[in-house]
Design a protein around this ligand. Structure first.
Ligand code: AMP
Ligand code: ZN
Length: 480
């Protein structure tokens, strides 16, 4: 059966009631875009040195919710997410070893620019696949840092001309003491230092950071010598190129706020003399045993790990939805199982609704839509939006409205209600039946057709029919 999508009854509405928590002002503010009805958004993307973990994915999921919400509310969104595909040599927080170099070593590859880009390409593809599997809409532009060296050089040149830079033996640095309000995001103090700073005794100040790092062997030519752009400058360069000197929203996980984002602000605002970003949004962590999930702490759980354990990526999406993006979220396999079970129950209800409303025209229920919108307008409260979905599914409103509204909500939730097939119901089978199927599969593998048939008859007595399709046993509950 072909089902009408909800597009035909969708009327976009531009709302000015959107409130979001701005890390810059540290309050929940009304969102006022630069251009009415349009939103420009930049998300700090991954460094593609390995498969990304489900902690990283939570922060990219947050970007997806922002985009879907704005679009749901009728805004036109332009979304950019960078891919850091070069060794910044100045690793996170300006300390430690370079991640891309580590990746090359892991793969036993010689450290060359060419190999670096090769590895990066591989993991960038894997990253894009992860986004698709989590039903994260592909950002409109996904620029690679390696293809924007010119923009970085232009920015550093501007900063140099304005007197914000100085040279050390290993690179060109930004002089934070020249910027009056350096560290305004989250209010870090220049005098305190940042605690995670690379050791460079030539730096004038602990908070100063590299704009360009020399590397005689690899890297790109520049007016200052061959090398690499600093990590922070890449994001400024790409954000400005695709979205302009001032943008509406910039996001990232909260660990990026003190150093990376303050440095992005510093170099961008000093170069242009304009505000760089109007609203900074930071996502809380996905934790495991109370600690931030990270590779170094042994929490290297990727979407592949989930799939190996038999979980659907959408179960993870459902889990993410259950918490507000500014609330820490704890991960365990039991918690994920709980989310998957809850999602299965939702799917079952949607399937039943599809079955009951075949050939009927769907509609939306204004009161539920209003409640859903209110939840999202309150700083993207997905936990509340999910609660509205559950109340809707339990309500007594007509089935056509219930289904239509749920499909409408799914524009933001992204749980793929549209593709749930009413004919192919996934059953929650009793243990006895699961065991029977296992035995029947073994019998068929051994070409023991007699046992296979006996087991089919037994299943029928238990109230199930089995059809063998392409080597798979398709089970249906028989109508009673
Ligand atoms: P990276 O590739 O390390 O720069 O990280 C990419 C993104 O993932 C950044 O926005 C980080 O803030 C974010 N991130 C890293 N670990 C976590 C975590 N455990 N929970 C949520 N976000 C995270
Ligand atoms: Zn960034």
């Amino acid at each position: 059966m072909t089902r009408k999508t909800p597009d035909f009854f969708y009327t976009p509405v531009i709302l000015s009631r959107m409130k979001l928590y701005n890390s810059l002002t540290q309050i929940k503010e009304e969102f006022k875009p630069i251009s009415e009805g349009k939103v420009t958004m930049y998300h700090c993307g991954p460094t593609v040195y390995d498969y990304i973990h489900i902690g990283n994915l939570r922060s990219f999921f947050m970007g997806d919710i922002l985009r879907r919400t704005f679009e749901f509310l009728g805004h036109e969104v332009k979304q950019v997410m960078n891919i850091t595909d070069i060794g910044h040599l100045v690793s996170d927080g300006d300390e430690g070893n370079d991640k891309m170099t580590k990746a090359l070593k892991r793969h036993n590859m010689e450290i060359t620019l060419e190999n670096m880009l090769k590895i990066a390409e591989f993991y960038a593809d894997a990253f894009k696949e992860d986004l698709k599997n989590l039903n994260i809409l592909t950002p409109h532009v996904m620029p690679k840092a390696s293809q924007h060296i010119r923009e970085d050089i232009e920015l550093v040149t501007k900063l140099e001309e304005k007197g914000y830079t100085y040279r050390t033996s290993d690179g060109i640095y930004f002089d934070t003491s020249k910027m009056k309000d350096y560290g305004k995001l989250g209010g870090i103090q220049r005098e305190e230092g940042q605690g995670r700073i690379e050791e460079n005794t030539e730096k004038k100040h602990p908070a100063d950071f590299a704009l360009w790092k020399f590397d005689e062997k690899n890297g790109w030519p520049s007016p200052w010598g061959q090398g690499f752009p600093g990590w922070h400058i890449e994001c400024s360069g790409m954000s400005m190129k695709y979205l302009g000197e001032t943008i509406d929203i910039h996001t990232g996980g909260k660990d990026l706020k003190p150093v990376h984002h303050n440095n992005e602000i510093a170099q961008s605002e000093c170069a242009t003399g304009k505000q760089f970003v109007r609203y900074w949004l930071h996502g809380e962590f996905l934790n495991i045993n109370g600690e931030k999930l990270s590779k170094s702490k042994g929490g290297n759980i990727t979407l592949r790990t989930l799939e190996e354990k038999g979980f659907s990526p959408l179960a993870l999406r459902y889990l993410y939805l259950q918490a507000h993006y500014r609330s820490p979220m704890n991960f365990s396999w039991e918690i994920l199982k709980g989310a998957e079970n809850a999602l299965k129950r939702v799917y079952r209800t949607i399937r039943e609704l599809k079955e009951k409303t075949k050939e009927k025209t769907l509609g939306e229920n204004n009161s539920f839509v209003e409640r859903f919108k209110e939840a999202l307008e309150d700083d993207f409260n997905t936990a509340e939006a999910l609660a509205v979905l559950h109340t809707l599914l339990k309500s007594n409103i007509p089935n056509e409205e219930k289904l239509g509204t749920a499909l409408f909500f799914d524009r933001v939730l992204g749980l793929q209600f549209n593709t749930i097939n009413e004919e192919k119901e996934e059953l929650e089978l009793p243990e006895e039946m699961k065991q029977l199927l296992k035995e029947r599969a073994q019998a068929r593998e051994a070409k023991n057709w007699e046992t296979s048939d006996v087991l089919r008859t037994k299943a029928e007595e238990m109230g199930y029919s089995i059809a063998d399709v392409n080597g798979e046993q398709i089970v249906k509950k028989k109508n009673t």
